[in-house]
Write a protein that binds this ligand. Structure first.
Ligand code: KG4
Ligand code: ZN
Length: 357
């Protein structure tokens, strides 16, 4: 089954062609990230305008490997269904993709598969990279899946590709948001978690003025699988203010604080995932979402899971599949989606990320 997938939930405009949920024929991503830099965060109005500008060129680019012809002809000839992110996300951005997908479905008579963006992230792990692959054979069930992005931090138990139970999630800010806020406070602009990872790598890893001073919230048994990062964000702000007030804000302290923030966030994420893996006897653990690109998180989760009696296999998407793109939207659509008539499709900015089997 060949799916054209479209993703416009936030500040990325993406389209991809995916075969049987596992093989990427093409994947194109345009972003308006840098346009939001001067405002210190994403401006929904600007993001929506850019979606409008990028949507058709990005879809055209994704269809290019299928041959020559109009967009309508290529879809008619080569595509079985159109997958579209319907939420959660920014309403203005979502609507551009949803209405574009509905129009394409209307003129080509192809079915639409509505996709939940947060759940879709984890299906980046099912993409094999091998053109002739038919299944994501390496993932075994039950599995535990951590989706950790700029807007979400959620843990799931997976009984099969289709059968998911939500275990818990963040009660306030997402882990990615905490990385992003820290990056801005430390002067890295829109560099986000990657900038923190790079700055942290310049610190030796030895004891510093910040060692173990940041809160690692919700590690107790009362909050088995829930997360909270707003207290950490406040603590980081306090440390940065203190450094600036005492003329201690320099390359060295920035590296030390970046290191400690990364250690703190990854400790919390790893501890909860490990707890879920142990409790449910997970045979595989899946990481996904933008923060799963973090090298320290990848390394820590692999080494800690090895200490379990029956270590599960660990699956992490290729770096370019961690952050927002449409390839995993197509993978989700294949494994979990149901086709719908275009008339019944709507955008849902607050679409729930909680599912149970
Ligand atoms: O999944 P994503 O592209 O967008 C959302 O759906 O939110 O995730 C973006 C998030 C941002 O918060 C960004 O700072 C974070 O992923 N991120 C990272 C890294 N690369 C991206 N966080 C930590 N380390 C990284 N290397
Ligand atoms: Zn995302």
């Amino acid at each position: 089954m060949r799916i054209l997938a479209i993703e416009t939930s936030c500040d990325e405009t993406a389209a991809a062609v995916v075969d049987n949920g596992v093989h990427i024929v093409s994947s194109t991503v345009a972003t308006s990230k840098t346009m939001h830099e001067t405002y210190g965060g994403i401006v929904p109005e600007v993001a929506a305008r850019m979606q409008l500008e990028y949507a058709l060129p990005v879809i055209t680019e994704a269809l290019r490997p299928l041959g020559s012809g109009s967009m309508q002809e290529l879809i008619l000839r080569h595509i079985d269904a159109i997958a579209i992110t319907v939420g959660p996300g920014l309403i203005g951005s979502l609507l551009i993709g949803v209405e574009t997908a509905k129009t394409l479905a209307l003129v080509t008579h192809k079915p639409i598969i509505p996709v939940n963006h947060v759940l879709a992230h984890m299906y980046a792990n099912f993409i094999s990279g091998k053109p002739d692959a038919e299944t994501s054979a390496a993932i075994r069930f039950p599995a535990v899946s951590l989706v950790v992005s700029g807007g979400h931090t959620e843990l799931y138990r997976m009984e099969s590709e289709r059968n998911l139970t939500w275990l818990g999630g963040t009660l306030d800010d997402a882990a990615g948001e905490c990385f992003d806020k820290t990056a801005r406070l430390l002067g890295f602009g829109h560099g986000g978690g990657l900038a923190i990872q790079d700055a942290a790598a310049t610190h030796s890893g030895g004891i510093s003025q910040f060692t173990n001073i940041l809160p690692r919230p919700m590690l107790g048994k009362d909050h088995l699988y829930d997360f909270s990062f707003s207290g950490l964000k406040t603590a980081i702000l306090r440390e940065v203010t203190k450094l600036k007030d005492t003329n201690g804000f320099n390359t060295r302290s920035i590296a030390e604080l970046s290191y400690e923030v990364q250690e703190t966030i990854t400790d919390v994420l790893v501890k909860k995932t490990l707890r879920a893996a142990e409790t449910f006897g997970a045979r595989s653990v899946l990481l996904s979402g933008g923060v799963s690109a973090n090298m320290r998180l990848r390394e820590k989760i692999k080494s800690r899971l090895k200490t379990l009696d029956h270590p599960p296999s660990v699956h992490v998407p290729r770096i370019e599949l961690c952050t927002d793109n449409a390839a995993y939207i197509g993978a989700y659509a294949y494994f979990r989606g149901a086709t719908q008539d275009w008339k019944t499709i709507n955008a849902f900015p607050d679409l729930s990320v909680e599912v149970s089997s």
